[in-house]
Ligand binder design. Structure first.
Ligand code: SF4
Ligand code: SF4
Length: 306
């Protein structure tokens, strides 16, 4: 690999091993950090920002006070019980406190990786990819770091590794076309059948996603549409019918319905972020049965869960 590509850098949240729900077989999932869309129900809010971020988990704090001494802007303070309080509005994300915290109660989410280092890390798992597994690029948004993603994908392909790409599909057409050149399996999100409702929650309409869906189909890339099913947003019987109509029109062959859950709720507190879906009910698989049955009338393969 040319030196320039080996040294290409990307911001990642983590490289997670033994993942069973991010594509076929046993997979290693590479979580990219940074996303141009900001879904309000996002279960990984730390994946939205394009910079490393401070995470404070009060439960691990031993109340030593070291963090307060190094903070240049008094974004941390200690009350009379020595409990630490974090003021995210003041924080300049210098990460000085995380560097001195002995218990990792304060830690930095997001790290810069070179392609060379990421490949080295991923190849440790190569033996587990034999039975149809591989590597999944997830996020965050992979398309937002296309240079790094492309260099990493090409290096992994040289090692015979299958690549699944999980994406919102939101990018320029040129960027999307670059991704299709190395993507072996595409997981493409579709949040709403109605462009206005898509825009209301996510900030952009669904036209670009549908356009990219067509481009991927023309390129012959195996494709799964993933619908995050969100209470009071896209889970009504009328929504089931409209998704069926739209996906039939686009001749989609496989759909995964992803039930809304609250597993990421605590992270919003840890990152000092506002969470608008607190109190919304988590959906069980059974809650999506009728939605799946409606889709199954027109889509050959429908699955609940990833
Ligand atoms: S990351 Fe934020 S809280 Fe921590 S030392 Fe820097 S400014 Fe202070
Ligand atoms: S340095 Fe870490 S363990 Fe010590 S008070 Fe700060 S957060 Fe708690």
């Amino acid at each position: 690999m040319p030196d320039k590509l080996r040294k290409e850098k990307g911001l990642l949240l983590e490289i997670q091993r033994f993942c069973l729900h991010d594509g076929p077989g046993i997979r290693t999932t590479v979580f990219f950090k940074g996303c141009p869309l900001q879904c309000k129900w996002c279960a990984n809010p730390e994946s939205q920002s394009f910079v490393p971020q401070l995470q404070f988990s009060e439960i691990g704090c031993i109340r030593c006070g070291r963090c307060i001494k190094v903070c240049p802007v008094q974004a941390l303070w200690q009350d009379e019980m020595k409990k630490i309080h974090y003021i995210p509005e003041k924080c300049i994300q210098c990460q000085a406190c995380a560097a001195v915290c002995p218990s990792k109660a304060l830690r930095t989410a997001g790290k810069s990786w070179t392609v060379e280092d990421a490949v080295y890390e991923i190849l440790k798992d190569k033996v587990f990819f034999r039975e149809g597994g591989g590597v999944t690029f997830s996020g965050g948004e992979v398309l937002a770091q296309i240079d790094f993603a492309e260099a990493l994908a090409n290096a992994l392909h040289r090692n015979g590794i299958h690549i699944t790409c999980e994406t919102s599909g939101y990018s320029s057409e040129e960027t999307f076309a670059r991704m299709l050149k190395w993507c072996d399996l595409l997981y493409l999100d579709l949040k709403h059948w109605d462009s206005q409702k898509h825009k209301a929650q996510i900030g952009v309409g669904n036209e670009v996603i549908l356009q990219h869906l067509t481009i991927a189909q023309k390129a012959g890339i195996p494709l799964v549409i993933r619908i995050p099913v969100i209470p009071r947003y896209n889970d009504s019987p009328a929504d089931w019918q409209e998704f069926s109509r739209l996906l039939t029109q686009y001749q989609v062959k496989e759909v995964h319905l992803l039930p809304f859950h609250q597993f990421g709720a605590g992270k919003y507190t840890q990152f000092g972020m506002k969470y608008e879906y607190a109190g919304y009910p988590s959906l069980a698989k059974e809650d999506l049965t009728e939605f799946a049955e409606t889709l199954s009338k027109v889509i050959p393969k429908v699955q609940i869960g990833g």
